[in-house]
Design a binder for this molecule. Structure first.
Ligand SMILES: Cc1cc2nc3c(=O)[nH]c(=O)nc-3n(C[C@H](O)[C@H](O)[C@H](O)COP(=O)(O)OP(=O)(O)OC[C@H]3O[C@@H](n4cnc5c(N)ncnc54)[C@H](O)[C@@H]3O)c2cc1C
Length: 155
């Protein structure tokens, strides 16, 4: 018997954008087919693989920072429904030479958008990470757990 299935929407590619779009369309009652060349959860997609980060620092591009803030709320809701811990808040440490304009612009936007982070100088970095050479590093931005640990290191 020849059965023809019909859908409201076909989404091609089950990377993070495709999968998210298909899921939200389905939640809104659309009949969706999600087509992926390599099957579910493969490591060839740029959003697939062992791990990925939620990044909020994009220099002066505040739009991406705001999108990332909004998406983190949705990711956390999504993770809460999963049967295993998928989100690990590890923090991030962004290193820069003196006069690193990208880091400066990032710090300005993070401050404006109330993204918690801490600016660290070379002396603090050397104390916190004695195993790393910070010879050319003059400034850094730490967020999440790396920021909290650096506050502890200064006490
Ligand atoms: C190595 C790497 C690491 C990255 N790490 C991060 C990170 O940690 N955090 C972050 O925010 N961003 C990261 N990025 C950027 C981010 O991955 C991309 O912005 C985002 O993944 C794009 O998602 P996507 O769904 O459009 O593409 P992808 O995740 O690449 O998904 C596209 C999917 O479409 C499928 N496909 C393509 N053509 C067809 C076809 N004709 N038929 C069927 N299926 C098809 C592919 O197989 C793939 O699964 C990273 C990028 C790279 C390359």
């Amino acid at each position: 018997m020849n059965v023809t299935k019909t859908y409201d929407v076909a989404v091609i590619g089950a990377g993070v954008f495709g999968a998210w779009a298909a899921w939200h369309l389905a939640k809104r009652g659309k009949k969706v087919v999600l087509i992926e060349a390599y099957g579910p959860a493969h490591a060839r997609a740029s959003s697939g693989g062992e791990s990925r980060i939620i990044r909020m620092g994009y220099g002066a591009d505040e739009l991406y920072t705001v999108w990332s803030q909004n998406s983190l709320v949705q990711w956390k809701k999504f993770f809460a429904g999963a049967q295993q811990p998928l989100f690990h808040e590890t923090g991030v440490l962004w290193l820069g030479a003196s006069n690193d304009s990208q880091l400066r612009r990032t710090a300005t936007v993070l401050r404006r958008c109330n993204v918690p982070f801490e600016e660290l100088d070379q002396a603090v970095l050397e104390k916190k990470y004695p195993q790393v050479s910070f010879e050319d590093v003059r400034t850094a931005a730490g967020s999440g757990r790396s920021g909290r640990r650096s506050r502890e290191a200064r006490r």
